[in-house]
Write a protein that binds this ligand. Sequence first.
Ligand code: PMP
Length: 361
Amino acid sequence: MSRIWNFSAGPAALPLPVLERAQREMLDWNGSGSSVMEQSHRGKRFGEMAARTEADLRELMAIPDDYAVLFLQGGATQHFAQIPMNLAGEGDSADYLVTGHWGQKAASEAAPYVQVNVAASSKAQNYLSLPPRETWQLDPRAAYVHYTSNETIHGVEFRDVPDVGDVPLVADMSSNILSEPIDVSRFGLIYAGAQKNIGPAGFVVMVMRRDLLQRATRPMARILRYAEHAANGSMLNTPNTWGWYVTGLTLQWLKEQGGLAAMATRNRAKAEQLYRAIDGSNGYYRSPVDPAARSRMNVPFTLHDSALDAAFLQESEAAGLIALKGHKAVGGMRASLYNAVPPEAVDALVAFMQDFARRHG
Ligand code: PMP
């Protein structure tokens, strides 16, 4: 068996050393004689691993003490609904910056719980650019401002943290968390589904300013209330123990790589190499996204003739380059270049693209 180069948008490639370590530890984790999945989350071993995982996340992201770290379930989608339940009171409104499929979904899932104000949208531009800051209609009385720091399908990424004044900023970072250092203090809440840059699907990492935990005043089940999760160390009920464990391994791997600054350098170089190959192909390949908004994580591109798409996918797969088919909403191709995708994968992709263009003229 040989490993492929995996460009999946998610669930996505995990670092090979993380998989190898999980494999080594599968039958006997930490001298326990059983796998991590077969143990109580209340046990000493699990508790130590859980605490180390939180400490490593705090260290990597430089999370200030007045922020809680939560490890949750439900995917990012569940939190599209749970965030307004927790951050907005009856009658409140919230501002949404809609810059692609996921921002749109976040807004529509929030609508039953908060009055959604679409403060900016790039829908009319087919989500291929970011709405200019001066066009945003922000409401200073909004309960929060929600945005999607990287749109996984459209390949659009904010290069700066949006300036929204004193209103708490909420970021869906599912597809670019841990890809570069960020200033956590600029945010009220950061959340991410794990299956792109962190670990297994279904696991959710959340970083939340502690004062916002007190905002949830409407009646709701305890399991929906972030303050309850915070007060119970994210073990209000049985957590996703496997997701927590693999996340811990990924965070250790990130530290060994030199942390987020090193990842940022590597991620920038990978993306620049691919965009250079696209832009330098004399129109054989095209990136539809405004260069100022191009994502470092997800690179959609088209071939000059869509009749070649099937051959491109078939031949790339035969060459061991997997999951390059674009999302159906956009078409064409998409290469996802998360942390675990090594520079060698991009080398192989660029070499394949150049060879394909030569052979198919
Ligand atoms: N937000 C973004 C930016 C995503 O890319 C995705 C999944 N592709 C989601 C939210 C939804 O995540 P989940 O399927 O884990 O609910």
